[in-house]
Design a protein around this ligand. Structure first.
Ligand code: MG
Length: 385
C-alpha cells in the first residue's frame, strides 16, 4: 500500500488579503482558514498523513492543530517551503504527495479524489485545472490591445499530486521561482495529467474572498446549524501601582499608573481567557498557569489566551464571539478600543466583528470608582464546529 501524504503550504505572508496577519491564520466562519483546509485532507480516505509547512514567524499560531499533523518550517519562498514539506513527507515514508495551498480552504472532496485516483492509476503527476470561460485580452496602460485564444488554456488549481521521488528530483534540479509545482514537474519533463478542477476551489487572496469562502462552506454544508453552544464568563481585577502605562486587551495605554500582577496584568485579556476556559469547564488561568510557577512572572498574557483558544479548537469548538467590558474611571478606553479589538482578534484568529471591547465607569463608586484598580468582565460563546 503506497502512502500518500498531503503537504499544506502555509508559509505565505498574504499581504494582498489586507491587514490582520497572514490569511491562513485568520478567521473564517468561526475557525481559522488553515483549520478548514486541514479538515478536508484529514477526513479524506485517500490521505495517510499531513505535513503543514509554516513560516518561522508563525510558530505561536500553530497550536490547536488536529493530532496527526506534522508541522515543519518552510523557507523564504514557496518553492523552499515545498521542498521542506517534501523532505518531511519522505521521512514519513510517503510514496506520493499532494501539494496544496493553505488558502484553498474550500477545495471540494471530488477535486482531491480526482488527483488521488489518477496517481493511483499510475500517473507520476496529476493536477486539477479549470477551463477558461471568459474571453482573454492583452492589455497595456489600461487599454485592451488585442485578444488571446482561450483554447488550450486552463486555470491551475491545487492540490497538485506527484510521485514523491519524481517531484523531489524535479525540485532539486529547478532553480528560480516557479509559479507552482506543475511548472517544476514540466521543467523536469514529467507528464502532468489534468484532473477536474472546481469553481468552489478558490484561493483566498483578496479581502472579499473571505465572504466568498464562507458562502461556499455554507453551500457545501460544512457550516451547519450548530446546536452545541457553550457560554462562559470571566471576571478579573488588578490593583494599580506606580508606573506610566497599563496593558489592556493587548494594547499598552499610557497612564499615570501601572497594574500590579504576576504576569503583565492585562486584566481584560485575563477575563476573556477565563471566559473561554469557563465555556469549556476548564477552570481558569490559575489552573493552567499557576502563579506559584516563576516561569509565568512578567509573561505576556497572549500566551494564556492562545492556550485557551487552542484548547477550544482541540475540543472541536469554534470561537463564535467574545464580549469584554473594562471597568475603570481612567484611562479612557474609547480611543484605544479599535486597537484592542484588532489585537484580540488577531491572537484568537477571529474576524474583528466577533470581538467586542467596551468600557464603563462605576460612577466613582467602589474600588474602581476610587481608582484603586481596574476590573474586567467577559463573555465567550463557543460553538461545536
Ligand atoms: Mg489577572
Amino acid at each position: 500500500m503506497k502512502k500518500t501524504v498531503a503537504i499544506i503550504v502555509a508559509g505565505g505572508r498574504g499581504t494582498r488579503a489586507g491587514p490582520g496577519g497572514p490569511k491562513q491564520w485568520r478567521g473564517l466562519a468561526g475557525r481559522r482558514v488553515v483549520d478548514w483546509t486541514l479538515d478536508r485532507f484529514a477526513t479524506h480516505p485517500g490521505i495517510d498523513g499531513i505535513v503543514l509547512v509554516i513560516h518561522a514567524e508563525d510558530a505561536a499560531e500553530a497550536g490547536g492543530l488536529p493530532s496527526g499533523v506534522t508541522v515543519t518550517t518552510g523557507g523564504a519562498t514557496r518553492a523552499q517551503s515545498v521542498r521542506a514539506g517534501l523532505d518531511a513527507a519522505a521521512q514519513m515514508g510517503a510514496a506520493r504527495v499532494l501539494i496544496h495551498d493553505a488558502a484553498r480552504a474550500t477545495v471540494p472532496v471530488d477535486v482531491i479524489d480526482g488527483v488521488c485516483s489518477t496517481l493511483a492509476a499510475g500517473a507520476k503527476a496529476a493536477a486539477p485545472g479549470l477551463s477558461v470561460t471568459d474571453a482573454l485580452w492583452t492589455v497595456a496602460d489600461g487599454r485592451a490591445t488585442g485578444t488571446r485564444d482561450r483554447d488550450g488554456l486552463m486555470r491551475a488549481q491545487t492540490p497538485q499530486g506527484f510521485d514523491l521521488p519524481a517531484i523531489m528530483k524535479a525540485h532539486a534540479a529547478y532553480s528560480g521561482a516557479p509559479a507552482d509545482d506543475v511548472a517544476v514537474a514540466l521543467a523536469a519533463g514529467l507528464e502532468v495529467v489534468v484532473t477536474p478542477g472546481h469553481d468552489q476551489n478558490i484561493k483566498i487572496t483578496q479581502p472579499e474572498d473571505f465572504a466568498r469562502a464562507e458562502a461556499i462552506l455554507r453551500a457545501q454544508g460544512a457550516v451547519e446549524a450548530q446546536m452545541d453552544i457553550r457560554l462562559g464568563n470571566g471576571y478579573d481585577v488588578h490593583r494599580f501601582k506606580a508606573g506610566d502605562s497599563v496593558t489592556l486587551c493587548g494594547v499598552a495605554v499610557p497612564h499615570s499608573r501601572a497594574l500590579e500582577g504576576h504576569s503583565d496584568a492585562d486584566v481584560g485579556m485575563h477575563a476573556v481567557t477565563d471566559a473561554i476556559y469557563g465555556a469549556l469547564a476548564e477552570g481558569d488561568i490559575g489552573r493552567h498557569f499557576p502563579p506559584s510557577d516563576p516561569k509565568w512572572k512578567g509573561a505576556a498574557s497572549d500566551i494564556f489566551l492562545r492556550h485557551a483558544c487552542d484548547l477550544a479548537r482541540a475540543r472541536g469548538f469554534a470561537l463564535s464571539n467574545i464580549d469584554c467590558t473594562l471597568v475603570c474611571e481612567r484611562p479612557k478606553i474609547g480611543p484605544h478600543a479599535g486597537a484592542m479589538q484588532a489585537a484580540m482578534a488577531q491572537i484568537m484568529g477571529l474576524e474583528p466583528d466577533r470581538v467586542s471591547i467596551k468600557a464603563t465607569t462605576s460612577e466613582r463608586l467602589g474600588f474602581t470608582g476610587r481608582e484603586e484598580g481596574i476590573a474586567a468582565i467577559a463573555t465567550a460563546t463557543l460553538v461545536k464546529a
